[in-house]
Design a protein around this ligand. Structure first.
Ligand SMILES: Cc1cc2nc3c(=O)[nH]c(=O)nc-3n(C[C@H](O)[C@H](O)[C@H](O)COP(=O)(O)OP(=O)(O)OC[C@H]3O[C@@H](n4cnc5c(N)ncnc54)[C@H](O)[C@@H]3O)c2cc1C
Ligand code: SF4
Length: 570
């Protein structure tokens, strides 16, 4: 019997375990296997294989039973996820339904999730800007949260490393707040967007408008072809999964690359319950997993563990990893685990018309749009709120389908819609300040279908966010007016936190174990063989989108971990 037990343990023992197969977990898996480690990737959701498991990707609008619309019963049963713009008949199978995975909203919070191999990398909007020292210096300069233990120079080479592999399109704009990267050619502008860019350059010294930087292969390089990925076809239905691998997803890129090494074992339907801590050894030895189908608990073991379950689920797993050494969650000696959660403030938007360029129009589609980098409080504090916001911007020509006629004349009319004027629009992407009072915790009584405590989320806006919304509306109104746009309409949709889908923090990085959970290598201060490289690690939120930074931090942390293992220091 004893031998059976030893054999079973051996069979379940790996060099490394990665929890989660989304954007950050995919990168951890690729790097660990690439360095020769036998790696177990545990994913709570089902398997989604590149191409074969994208059932709607080749459907035309008329081939959808409901023409792409959500059915009323789906909408009624899912009031939270139905708020997400990317949730529709073509993509609904990739989003977590409200009733399946309950959580507790101590304050209203729209938690948008994708539980499957690839996680949210299948449905994301692919905006990928580097962060700068305006972000990494931010908490120290403006006196909030704690100082980041890294600066831009620490992560810059890792941005380059992940950008080349993932394929990031963009223009080298030379802006200090938005460092340039290893770009593939940028997407094209239309004439009204160019007009806005030129007007802003004439009227303001400090408000550049640039083309968005996005994870699309605009010109495949050998490394992309080697991944089996091809040039983006500009279909703009990416959230259905892309059979060309035109945008970066774990499914198209990092996971198959890791599989090719022969070192990866991918185990879908494996819900990680907690991390096992061995008090005698003073380290984590493995994880407890609930099989999603049988609900049986099983254990897996490894020398190092990467936690990449996405920000809030990573908090949940660590909070649920209790032992007599860590009664309040793994590594949680200072009681800060789950606290200082923050997000992006996406509440405000603006739209208008432009009466010029009636002799021009657009052709085809573009899976990206222009971007206004942060300009507020950059070099000095100039407003009554801290930090700032970036903004999306785009212009298009209104076209109305002309369905008059029959036969050839109907066809002719359909392909030549009636053109109206130009519309323009922008939305805000504001930084929020991490606070101790914005936290997640385990609910003391409610359990999920796997017997795991439900996550209680208590995250809200504050006065700083309100002032920022007001400023965005004022500044953008001024900028739109200066550009000659008319019929300007502004909105504050008062959306709940969470719908930005950029939740971060709870397991923040820092210099001091008394005030942070992770060191500068994303290593839990007092459980050195556990690394957290998803959004949970973020000390502050910047205005830039976060996922490129998770990729770079993951690759950097793996490099460090493996060097430490080779030096027998881990
Ligand atoms: C519509 C949409 C648009 C977005 N647009 C952008 C954008 O433009 N730019 C940007 O930077 N970001 C964007 N995001 C956010 C981006 O998708 C996330 O930041 C990113 O996917 C986070 O990577 P991750 O590895 O932390 O999490 P995920 O990609 O969510 O992966 C986490 C994985 O862990 C698994 N998991 C969770 N719990 C467990 C458990 N207990 N056991 C085992 N496995 C578990 C999940 O099933 C999932 O597969 C967008 C997201 C959405 C949905
Ligand atoms: S726009 Fe590009 S990346 Fe998106 S689905 Fe189409 S080809 Fe794929």
């Amino acid at each position: 019997m004893a031998n059976f037990a030893i054999d079973a343990k051996k069979e379940n023992t790996y060099d490394a375990i990665v929890i989660g197969s989304g954007i950050s977990g995919g990168w951890a898996a690729k790097e660990l296997t690439g360095k020769g480690l036998r790696t177990l990737v545990l994913e709570r959701g089902r398997d989604v294989r590149h191409v074969t498991d994208y059932p709607t990707t080749m459907l035309n609008p008329w081939e959808f039973e409901h023409r792409g619309q959500l059915r009323k019963e789906v909408r009624d049963a899912n009031p939270i996820i139905s708020k997400c713009y990317a949730f529709y008949e073509g993509s609904e199978h990739f989003f977590v339904k409200d009733a399946e995975h309950p959580y507790v909203q101590e304050k209203p919070f729209d938690w948008i999730r994708g539980y499957q191999v690839g996680g949210k990398s299948l449905m994301w909007a692919r905006q990928t800007q580097r962060w700068s020292d305006f972000d990494f210096d931010g908490p120290a300069r403006d006196g909030f949260a704690v100082d980041w233990p890294i600066r831009y120079k620490d992560i810059a080479p890792w941005y380059s490393y992940v950008e080349k592999f993932a394929g990031i399109s963009g223009n080298k704009d030379g802006l200090p707040q938005l460092p340039d990267g290893e770009f593939l050619p940028p997407h094209e502008w239309n004439c009204v967007e160019k007009h806005f860019q030129q007007q802003m350059a004439t009227k303001y010294k400090d408000r550049p408008v640039i083309m968005g930087r996005a994870a699309h292969i605009t010109k495949p390089q050998p490394i992309h072809l080697e991944q089996g990925r091809a040039q983006c076809q500009h279909r703009t239905i990416c959230e259905r999964g892309c059979p060309y691998g035109g945008y970066f997803s774990s499914n198209a890129s990092t996971i198959p690359w890791a599989a090719r090494t022969g070192k990866m074992t991918l185990r879908p339907d494996s819900v990680v319950h907690s991390i096992i801590y061995d008090e005698k050894l003073g380290r984590a030895t493995g994880v407890r997993v609930v099989d999603a189908n049988t609900k049986q608990m099983q254990e897996f073991y490894a020398r190092i563990i990467f936690v990449n379950a996405a920000a809030l689920n990573t908090n949940l797993i660590l909070l649920n990893s209790t032992s007599s050494r860590f009664p309040n969650g793994l590594g949680n000696d200072n009681g800060l685990l789950g606290k200082y959660v923050a997000f992006h403030n996406y509440r405000a938007g603006i739209s208008a018309q432009y009466d010029g360029y009636l002799d021009s129009t657009t052709e085809g589609k573009r899976p990206n749009s222009p971007y206004i980098p942060r300009f507020r409080n950059l070099h000095k504090q100039e407003t009554d709120f801290l930090r700032g916001y970036a903004a999306g911007f785009s212009a298009g020509r209104i076209s109305r389908t002309n369905n008059e006629g029959l036969g050839a004349s109907l066809k002719e009319n359909l392909v030549n819609p009636t053109l109206g004027g130009w519309y323009v629009g922008s939305h805000m992407m504001g930084e929020t300040i991490p606070k101790e009072t914005n936290y997640v915790a385990l609910d003391s009584s409610l359990k999920d279908p796997f017997g795991i405590p439900q996550l209680k989320i208590s995250v809200g806006y504050d006065d700083n966010d309100e002032k920022m919304v007001k400023d965005y509306i004022e500044q953008m109104t001024e900028m739109f007016t200066a550009a000659g746009f008319t019929n300007i309409r502004t909105r504050d949709d008062k959306r709940n936190p969470g719908l930005d889908i950029h939740e971060m923090g709870g397991v923040r990085m820092g210099k001091d174990p008394k005030t942070s959970l992770l060191n500068k290598w994303n290593q839990i201060h007092n459980v050195k063989n556990v690394f957290v490289t998803d959004g949970a690690c973020m000390t502050s939120t910047s205005t830039q989108n976060p996922s490129l930074t998770y990729m770079a931090l993951s690759a950097r942390a793996v490099d460090y971990a493996v060097k430490q293992m080779n030096a027998k220091a881990l």
